[in-house]
Design a protein around this ligand. Structure first.
Ligand code: ADP
Ligand code: MG
Length: 631
C-alpha cells in the first residue's frame, strides 16, 4: 500500500504561510509595507488583543482595481515585478507576491479598496484563501485591510502565539520603526481602540522622535550628519547624548536603504562610539540611516528581510564609529561652560561612596577646559583606591548604594530604607557566614594588592585572584544552584519603583521569575511595584537596576520558546545578582574573609571564569620570577 500522499493544496498553502507570517507583527509589517509601496501619505493601524484578534491597516494609497484586488490574494501575484531580471533593481518592499496569499490562508480577511478614478470601491471577504463575499461599496481612494483571528484554522500555530503584551510590544516596536523611517508619512496607531502614536508628517528625525516618545526624550538627541563621499555609503541620523541611557538595545534602529534591519557590526560600531561615555551594559537610543548602492548589499539572506549582508562589512562601521564619537565630543565641549553633572555608575568596579565626593558634580571651573578627556576621566575613576570602606561581611554593603537615574525615576532611597529585619534562612554555602571552618589548603595568603587583587603564595609561584570576579563566581553558582529556595530577608521598609505601564504588565506576567529568585514584589497602585523581600546578598544593592535589567532580558528573550526563555532570563538574573552583590574592587578584606572566599571558590564549579567570562586568577610562576632576577 502506498504510504506517500500528496497534501491537499489548502494544507500546502497553510504550511507555507506559516513561514511568512509567524506572528502578528509580521502581518502588520507586510501590510504597512504594501501601503508604503502604494505611495500612501497617511497610514492608520489598529490592533486588538496584541493583533491576534484584529489587525487593520488603512491607507490613502493608489488602491486596487477590482481585478487586481481579487488577484492580489493569489500566490505569486505582484504588481511590482514582471521578470526575474527586475529582481536586483527592485526598490520597493514586496516582490515575492506572497504576503496577501499567505495571510489569507491563515486568517479571515476583509479588503476594501478603491482606485482614484473608480466610481465605487470593492469589498471582498476571504476565508481559507477563498472569496466568500464580494460587493461594491462607497469608499475614498486607498485600501482598508482587516485581518481577523490569526491562525484560527491552524490551532498548532495559534498555540505558539505569545501573550497579548508580547505581541503588542513587537508591533509597537515595528510601528516605531516605520514612523522613524518615513517622516513624510502621517502615522496613527491604535491599540485596543486607544491611540498610542500620533505622528503628523515632518521633515526632521528629532521632531519625529519627539512625536513618538515625547519632548523630554528628544531633548537628549543630537543629530548625526556626514557629507557624502564619492563611492562611500552615506550615514546619518540622530543619537542620544551622554546623559541618557537605557538598559536594553531596543531603541537602536538601523535603516539601510529605508529598510529596517539588524546588523551586528553596525550596532557594535555605534556602541563602541560611546566607549567611556556610557558604562558597560548601558545603551543609547539611536536612529541610524544608511544609503548605499543596492548592488553592494544582499537583503535576501533573511526570509523576512530583517537582516542585511554587506559586500564590504567594514564600510559602514568605519564611518559610524568615529562619527558617533565626534558628535558626542562636540556636544560635550559645547556644554562645557554650562554646568554638567557627572555621576558614576556602579558597573565599574569601584566603590560608589568614595566617588560621590570626587566625581559627583563638576563645578563650572573644573569643566572649563576645551577638550574633555574621556580616557582620563574613566582612568581616574577606576583606579582610585577606596580608603575608608571596609566590609564586615561579604554582602556587598560598601557598594552599589548610589543611584544614577538619568532616565528612570525613583521614589525612595534604597540606602536609607533597605534595612533587613529578619533573616529567614542562614545559608551555609554563602560566603557571608564567616564562622564556617576553613578547609586546610596548600597556600599562604599574602594580602591584597590595590584592594582589588588577592595575592597568594603557592608552591609553584605567586597567584593573583580578582576579588570581585571570584566572589561573583561564587554567588552566581549559589544563585543558580539554589534558586527557588534562596535565603531571603524581609525589608523593614519596602522599596517602591515607578515603572511604565508596559513594564508593569511585563512584571505582572513574569512575577514567578522574581519570586523564584527571592525577590518578593507586587504591583502597587497604578504605576509602581513594591519590593518587600530580597535574597540576603541583595539587601544593599540597587534593586531598581536589577528590575530594569531583568525587564530588558525578558523583552530580549520573549521570542524564544518557554523553556529556553525561562533558562535565559534566570541565567541573566543570576549573573546580574551575582555581579551586584559581589564585593568590589577597592573593598578592604580581612584575612578571614579572604580565606572564606577562597575556600568557597574552591568548592565552586567553573571557578576560573566569572559569569561574563573574565578570568578569576592567574599564576606568575616561580620560574618566571626567577628568570626576571636572572637566577
Ligand atoms: P507584493 O507586495 O510582494 O507584491 P503582496 O501579496 O504583499 O505582494 O501584495 C500583492 C499585490 O497587491 C501588490 O503587488 C499590490 O499590487 C497589491 N496591494 C497590496 N496591498 C496594497 C495596498 N495597500 N494598496 C495598493 N495595492 C496593494
Ligand atoms: Mg507586499
Amino acid at each position: 500500500m502506498e504510504k506517500i500522499k500528496l497534501l491537499p493544496q489548502q494544507e500546502i498553502l497553510k504550511i507555507a504561510a506559516g513561514q511568512v507570517v509567524d506572528r502578528p507583527a509580521n502581518i502588520v509589517k507586510e501590510l504597512v509595507e504594501n501601503s508604503v509601496d502604494a505611495k500612501a501619505t497617511k497610514i492608520i493601524v489598529h490592533i486588538e488583543n496584541g493583533g491576534k484578534e484584529l489587525i487593520r491597516v488603512i491607507d490613502n494609497g493608489c488602491g486596487m482595481s477590482k481585478q487586481d484586488a481579487k488577484n492580489s490574494f493569489k500566490k505569486h501575484t505582484t504588481s511590482k515585478i514582471r521578470s526575474l531580471s527586475d529582481l536586483d533593481k527592485i526598490q520597493t518592499f514586496g516582490f515575492r507576491g506572497e504576503a496577501l496569499a499567505s495571510i489569507s490562508a491563515v486568517s479571515k480577511v476583509t479588503l476594501i479598496t478603491k482606485e482614484k478614478d473608480a466610481d465605487q470601491g470593492l469589498k471582498l471577504e476571504l476565508e481559507d484563501s477563498k472569496v466568500i463575499s464580494e460587493e461594491e461599496v462607497p469608499f475614498v481612494q486607498g485600501t482598508d485591510l482587516s485581518i481577523q483571528d490569526i491562525f484560527y484554522n491552524t490551532p498548532v500555530r495559534q498555540k505558539f502565539l505569545k501573550k497579548r503584551e508580547t505581541e503588542q510590544r513587537h508591533i509597537t516596536q515595528l510601528m516605531h520603526s516605520f514612523c522613524l523611517d518615513y517622516l513624510d508619512i502621517t502615522f496613527k496607531f491604535f491599540v485596543d481602540g486607544k491611540q498610542i502614536i500620533t505622528c503628523p508628517a515632518t521633515d526632521d528625525i528629532i521632531k519625529r522622535a519627539a512625536q513618538i516618545w515625547g519632548h523630554e526624550f528628544a531633548k537628549n538627541l543630537i543629530p548625526l550628519e556626514t557629507s557624502q563621499q564619492e563611492g562611500k555609503p552615506r550615514v546619518w541620523g540622530a543619537i542620544t547624548n551622554h546623559q541618557y541611557f537605557r538598559y536594553d538595545r531596543n531603541n537602536i534602529f538601523l535603516f539601510v536603504n529605508n529598510r529596517w534591519v539588524k546588523n551586528h557590526n553596525i550596532q557594535s560600531a555605534l556602541i563602541k562610539g560611546y566607549n567611556n561615555v556610557l558604562p558597560v551594559a548601558r545603551y543609547p537610543a539611536a536612529f541610524i540611516f544608511v544609503k548605499i548602492d543596492p548592488t553592494l548589499i544582499d537583503v535576501n539572506i533573511h526570509p523576512r528581510k530583517e537582516e542585511v549582508k554587506f559586500l564590504h562589512p567594514r564600510a559602514v562601521p568605519t564611518i559610524l564609529q568615529p562619527l558617533v564619537k565626534r558628535a558626542l565630543e562636540e556636544h560635550l565641549s559645547s556644554k562645557i561652560n554650562t554646568k554638567v553633572t557627572f555621576k558614576t555608575q556602579d558597573t565599574n568596579n569601584f566603590s560608589q561612596k568614595d566617588n560621590v565626593g570626587t566625581f559627583g558634580t563638576r563645578t563650572e571651573q573644573e569643566n572649563n577646559f576645551t577638550q574633555f578627556n574621556f580616557d582620563q576621566f574613566l582612568h581616574k575613576q577606576s583606579t582610585k583606591p577606596n580608603t575608608n570602606v571596609t566590609i564586615p561581611e561579604f554582602t556587598g554593603t560598601s557598594a552599589n548604594t548610589q543611584t544614577n537615574d538619568r532616565v528612570s525615576t525613583r521614589t525612595t532611597s534604597q540606602e536609607e530604607i533597605n534595612t533587613p529585619v529578619e533573616q529567614k534562612e542562614q545559608n551555609s554555602q554563602s560566603v557571608q557566614d564567616t564562622q564556617t571552618e576553613i578547609v586546610h589548603h596548600s597556600y599562604e595568603i599574602i594580602g591584597q594588592y590595590k584592594k582589588t587583587y588577592i595575592l597568594i603564595e603557592k608552591e609553584d609561584g605567586l597567584f593573583f585572584v580578582d576579588q570581585h570576579v571570584a566572589h561573583e563566581r561564587v554567588l552566581y553558582q549559589l544563585f543558580s544552584k539554589r534558586f527557588e529556595n534562596i535565603a531571603t530577608i524581609k525589608l523593614l521598609f519596602p522599596v517602591f519603583i515607578t515603572l511604565k505601564e508596559e513594564d508593569l504588565s511585563l512584571i505582572e506576567e513574569n512575577l514567578d521569575i522574581f519570586k523564584q529568585n527571592g525577590i518578593d514584589l507586587e504591583i502597587f497602585g497604578k504605576n509602581q511595584i513594591k519590593i518587600q523581600a530580597t535574597p540576603v546578598h541583595l539587601k544593599s544593592v540597587n534593586l531598581e537596576e536589577i528590575i530594569h535589567e531583568t525587564l530588558a532580558s525578558i523583552k530580549e528573550f520573549s521570542g524564544l520558546d518557554a523553556q529556553e526563555f525561562s533558562q535565559k532570563v534566570h541565567d541573566h538574573l543570576h549573573s546580574q545578582m551575582a555581579c551586584k552583590a559581589a564585593i568590589k574592587a577597592g573593598d578592604t578584606l580581612t584575612f578571614k574573609q579572604i580565606e572564606k572566599l577562597l575556600s568557597d571558590l574552591d568548592q565552586t564549579e567553573g571557578r576560573f571564569a566569572c559569569p561574563h567570562g573574565r578570568p578569576i586568577g592567574w599564576l606568575l610562576s616561580q620560574y618566571e620570577i626567577e628568570k626576571k632576577f636572572k637566577r
